[in-house]
Write a protein that binds this ligand. Structure first.
Ligand code: XMP
Length: 510
């Protein structure tokens, strides 16, 4: 069943993915596409509405991104945000001028009645981020909101269903900004709210059944949210025709490997093969201290371990990948400098004999993947799992990885996780884990001098892991964690808390 779709044309602003997530949260499907999409392609896409995002340019710059003016005559509602609204005003005959000062941050706006502002208070705070501003509206447009610095903070032409907002309704700082998006979608575009995760699950299962028939399907299960949800969805559709391979590299957290087997093999009855290769990984890591070398060894051995299992299974028709929408949006964009060589299962296709890749989650944002996980009945521990690096605990042990250090790390990390959950902080902190530093310090325990490891706690808040801030965990919670670790975990006599943000640090220590 086809659902209604909104098209978001990307002009390069920093909040663009957030706009798409907000629209999806309002139960309307949308795609974020480059602004260069042609008018023909736009018509073929058949959107119920179009949103222009913000962007860093000025409409007066020679090479600033444009759009075919025919878009305004298609009869499809358009909402321009920030640069998007300036572009609309400029192209339709209004005047945009460079202001002497930028307006950045919170501003108070006064709203006037219209289909997009209905339900907004008379005055409220919104989030502005612009230098240019509109000083004259195109003919037929009405002012719908204004602020001290911005005479046309929102405007529209009700008959033509064209609207613009200078501020960012998608960010939380804009009071009730979601209502403006909702009004546009439901009051102007005629959305019916047919994008729900239960619809998605039903549609995907039907589509997967039709696509794969009674053919053989293979999936690499890492324990992470994406591969777990992708595998479960495919399992619902094809049952025993799906085989999952879980490479246990021995670098997972306490109880994690057992949990994967329990949930997916015992609980869901999946055909799940576990490659118990911890000893091979550890022996290959012997004596290795350089972070990049560790990552390369683990990434390469992961492929070898998977390959061995795949060969034993033989030819399959389909390979499942847990690709999600942000990966799809990001791909094709220029590569930035490699800070760390990331390891994930992206290298697998070349070692498996298969006909086609299936990516059941490629239209979903992470929060939607989680909703699907719950919809499929997966436990919270799987669905809300923190991001976990492919090379696992190896990059949280500075210096050589040994069985002994792994044990210390697992035990201390388990205490940290338990205490964070007990304090009710697990939903607020993006990632939290312990690190075995490569240093020993003197301590005193009982009446004895000790000379043992320093364990560091790393806990950060973030929205996308690109930047992060250290989490302000209350002192009493930190105290509990510290006391428990030094008392209960062998070979640790000191705990330190990492108070650096990213940048200049990274989230992981290696
Ligand atoms: P950094 O340490 O670069 O980490 O700030 C950013 C995010 O990426 C995770 N991470 C990885 N994820 N394979 C992955 O799939 C990797 O090799 C890898 N290294 C780091 C890290 O946990 C954080 O969420």
């Amino acid at each position: 069943m086809q659902h209604q779709r909104v098209l978001i044309l990307d002009f390069g602003g920093q909040y663009n993915q957030l706009i798409a997530r907000r629209v999806r949260e309002l139960n309307v499907y949308c795609d974020l596409v480059p602004s260069e999409m042609s008018l023909e392609q736009i018509k073929d896409y058949d959107p119920i509405g179009i949103i222009f995002t913000g962007g860093p340019n000025s409409v007066y710059e020679e090479n600033s991104p444009r759009i075919d003016g025919g878009i305004f005559s298609l009869g499809i509602p358009v909402l321009g945000i920030c640069y998007g609204c300036q572009l609309m005003a400029h192209m339709l005959g209004g005047t945009v001028k460079s202001a002497t000062t930028s307006e950045y941050g919170k501003a108070e706006v006064e709203y006037f009645h219209s289909p997009v502002t209905v339900g907004m208070p008379d005055r409220a705070v919104c989030w502005m981020s612009h230098t240019d501003r509109i000083v004259k509206l195109p003919e037929g447009f009405k002012m719908l909101a204004r602020s001290e610095n911005c005479p046309y903070a929102a405007f529209g032409n009700e008959e033509k269903k064209l609207y613009g907002v200078q501020f960012h309704p998608e960010v939380n700082h804009t009071f009730n900004g979601t209502l403006i998006l909702k009004n546009f979608l439901y009051n102007v575009c005629g959305a019916v709210g047919d994008w729900t995760m239960s619809n998605f699950v039903a549609n995907q299962i039907a589509a997967l059944k039709e696509k794969t028939g009674d053919k053989k399907v293979l999936c690499a299960m890492s324990g992470g949210v994406d591969s777990a949800v992708a595998a479960t969805l495919v399992h619902r559709a094809v049952g025993d025709n799906l085989t999952c391979v879980f490479v246990d590299h021995g670098l997972l957290r306490k109880y994690e490997a057992d949990e994967v087997m329990q949930v997916f093999k015992d609980g869901l009855g999946m055909n799940l093969i576990k490659a118990d290769d911890g000893a091979i990984f550890l022996s290959r890591l012997k004596g290795v201290t350089d972070p990049e070398t560790k990552r390369k060894i683990i990434g390469e051995q992961f492929i070898r371990s998977f390959e061995k299992q795949a060969k034993a299974i033989g030819k399959v028709d389909f390979l499942v990948q847990g690709t999600i929408y942000p990966d799809v949006i990001e791909s094709g964009k220029g590569k930035s400098a490699t800070i760390k060589s990331h390891h994930n299962v992206g290298g697998l296709p070349s070692v498996v004999d298969f006909k086609e890749i299936v990516e059941p989650l490629r239209d979903l944002f992470k929060d939607e993947v989680r909703k699907v996980g719950f919809e499929l009945g997966l436990p919270k521990s799987v669905v809300m799992r923190q991001p976990f690096p492919g090379p696992g605990l190896a990059i949280r042990i500075m210096g050589e990885v040994t069985e002994g250090k792994l044990e210390t790390l697992r035990d201390s990390d388990y205490i940290l996780r338990t205490e964070i959950a007990k304090a009710g902080l697990d939903g607020e902190i993006w990632q939290y884990f312990t690190v075995i530093t490569n240093s020993k310090t003197v301590g005193v325990q009982g009446d004895f001098r000790t000379y043992e490891n320093v364990v560091a706690i790393r806990a950060v808040t973030s929205v996308d892991a690109m930047t992060a801030d250290w989490a302000r965990i209350p002192y009493d919670v930190l105290e509990n964690i510290s006391t428990r670790i030094v008392n209960e975990v062998k070979h640790v006599n000191r705990i330190v808390y990492d108070i650096t943000s990213k940048p200049p640090s990274t989230i992981e220590w290696e």
